[in-house]
Design a protein around this ligand. Structure first.
Ligand SMILES: *Cc1c(COP(=O)(O)O)cnc(C)c1O
Length: 356
């Protein structure tokens, strides 16, 4: 039975990507070895990682003076690698949720952290827009999409110091002006692949400015020099990322992903806004196209478990809100289809007919 998958991560992947991955698990490009068996030094795997990097650059229109890395350790390891490599004295952070908070915690191990804006005062339900970026900070770190609370910065900000963005959960969902950033990073498992691989887009010439010694594996220089193959990379995860990027390209690239994200998220937000029972949880202008959070109005609160059961019977999975938030969260990543969204919206309407 086909499931309508709204999981926040690991995400739903396109069917064709799963099919091509399963073929490569049995036999990579008819070389007689599985993607899980092939040497990462083989020409077959080199072709896979080269294609993944080239597609990444092409889809995001990345200028020539940037490298694309595929690393292990998750976006969470980047929370420490960034300050390890770049924080000399002071860094600026904008705190828009649980992931930014974790990034800030790591940065504090390496120097002064100036949290120049935070939406914590209102439970991270909006994206702060008023702040001064200190000219003497080594960089500004932002989280473009807040996966847990469902807010998103849907445009590229101007910044007079190096800008670093955690784009784990909205990468490849809209065109990005990469030239405005020094680093863009994220876990691939939210929007472009399976768990186990992290992407890092890093500008040339930004390293080597801190005084501390950096462990080899945590030094970006190591991975840039070795083309992400200093050690064994997560080969099969990279293969699936490559297939996902091919799929995005075949549909028309990130511009098309953005169009679809807008259409699908509008449909769910309209259903929420026109509902007697459900209500959104964040400022409308900052609503995420990727993670759509909503709750039952107070008078219907005790129906939460009923709605989860009602949707589960319709093969809708992954809409339980994050354990720290409650309510519901529908993750509308690239592979989420219009028919998934239609099934969810219909369930919301039918539920209302039954209970409101
Ligand atoms: C999921 C997520 C992370 C953590 O990613 P891991 O790969 O699990 O370490 C970091 N930032 C954001 C915005 C996320 O959504």
């Amino acid at each position: 039975m086909k499931k309508h998958i709204f999981n926040a991560g690991p995400c739903k992947l396109p069917r064709i990507v799963l099919e091509n991955t399963s073929k490569a698990i049995l036999d990579l490009e008819k070389c007689g070895l599985s993607i899980m068996e092939v040497s990462h030094r083989s020409k077959e795997f080199q072709a896979v990682i080269d294609e993944a990097m080239d597609l990444f650059k092409e889809l995001l229109n990345i200028p020539d003076n940037y490298s694309v890395l595929f690393l292990g350790g998750g976006a969470s390891t980047q929370f420490c690698m960034i300050p390890y490599n770049l924080l000399n004295k002071k860094a600026a952070y904008i705190n828009t949720g649980a992931w930014s908070t974790k990034a800030i915690k790591e940065a504090k191990l390496f120097g002064e952290v100036d949290v120049i804006a935070s939406s914590e005062d209102k439970g991270f339900t909006y994206v702060p827009k008023e702040y001064n970026i200190p000219a003497d900070a080594d960089y500004l770190h932002i989280t473009s999409n807040n996966t847990i609370k469902g807010t998103e910065l849907k445009y590229d900000i101007d910044c007079n110091i190096p800008l670093i963005a955690d784009m784990s959960s909205d990468i490849m969902s809209r065109p990005v002006d990469v030239s405005k950033y020094d680093i863009i990073y994220g876990g691939c498992q939210k929007n472009i692949g399976p768990a186990g691989v992290t992407f890092v887009v890093i500008k040339d010439g930004i390293l080597g400015k801190v005084d501390r010694a950096i462990p080899t594996m945590l030094n970006y220089e190591t991975h840039i020099k070795k083309g992400s193959m200093f050690n064994t990379p997560p080969c099969s995860a990279i293969f699936t990322v490559k297939e996902t990027l091919k799929w995005i390209k075949s549909l028309g690239g990130v511009k098309e992903m953005e169009k679809r994200a807008i259409e699908k998220s509008d449909m769910i937000y309209n259903a929420i806004d026109n509902s007697k029972m459900f209500v959104g949880t964040v400022a409308k202008e900052d609503r995420s196209r990727m993670n759509i959070c909503f709750v039952l109005k107070d008078e219907y609160k005790e129906k939460e478990a009923d709605f989860l059961k009602f949707t589960a019977e319709r093969n809708i999975v992954g809409i339980k809100g994050h354990r720290s938030v409650g309510g519901f969260r529908a993750s509308n990543y690239n592979a989420c289809e219009m028919e998934d969204v239609e099934a969810l919206v219909k369930a919301m309407k039918d539920f209302e007919v039954k209970y409101a």
